[in-house]
Design a protein around this ligand. Sequence first.
Ligand code: TXA
Ligand code: MG
Length: 333
Amino acid sequence: MVRAIRATPQELDAAVRALRAGELVAFPTETVYGLGANAQHASAVQKIFVVKGRPADHPLIVHLDSARFLHRWARAVPPAAAQLAERFWPGPLTLVLPRAPEVLDLVTGGQDSVAVRVPAHPMAQQLLTAFGGGIAAPSANRYGHVSPTRAEHVREEFGTTVRVVLDGGECQVGLESTIVACLGDVPRLLRPGQITLAQLQGVVGDVAVGPDDAAPRVPGSASAHYAPRTPLRLVADGQIERLAGELSRDGTRVGVLAQRSPLGSFRHVTWVNAGVRPENYAHDLYANLRTLDKAGAACLLVQEVPADARWDAVRDRLARAAAATPPGLDELP
Ligand code: TXA
Ligand code: MG
């Protein structure tokens, strides 16, 4: 059943009361679910780090219902940032801006910048408007694990530790927001997402790509980021059947995430065909990795995705997940 996408007044009231009391609230956005706290309440924000097991120097994104109070968080909004906000907010875009002096160091990781986003999901909008302030929120998963794209994933991650979980159904995008730092002369893409480099360039012209020395905290740079628990390996299309066959011959269960159906049948292989459309693949990616994680496989073989730009965000997350795989698996046939 498709769940209503708006919170009831009772749900909203409970969530706002929890935020005001310094408690955490998990809520849907169009990218992934967030684990939110009142961004102006230090001990509330501190709980995010404890519950997630996240290193204290990793900065958080502040979520706002619109750009109207942006100046409370950013001391300057460069023209390029204003243009990007105008074009893509509300939406799956995070802007890194010079921080306003009042912003908590816990939120910024002690940096001179702050990450801000205006999500489009109607339930996130309801929550932010009813709360009236900024909500600091990382993805609602334990540190280094796969981001949640359904309310049930959040419950799997945290059980009853997070009491208030707003259920807004499946996240439409399925991958974390595109992050653009607007600190120097040229905007810099720090994390690819649904909004592509070409779309950013279409609005502001020149865009640099990747981390630079002025932005030491690279999003998701830790090798264990976005990784399922099962070791994951990227494989070329033509290798999948052979590898799956060899690995599963002795009864070892193997998970496969491909863009097509298998050629033939295997006894010990759990095969997911995620299709050839990047939007659908992204939408389902984290749910598919969770499903494959539960299949009891010793390893996951993931078909390499196409080289074109529409797959940039997916390719980025898969590369990070593969980087978390222990070296031993690379020595498999
Ligand atoms: O789609 C999303 O962005 C989701 C939803 C919940 O909004 N949030 C999310 O948060 O993915 P998280 O914490 O998992 O990833 C945020 C990334 C982190 O990797 C962090 O390093 C980066 O944003 N970040 C935050 N503040 C930053 C800053 N001042 N400079 C550079 N990177 C920053
Ligand atoms: Mg995250």
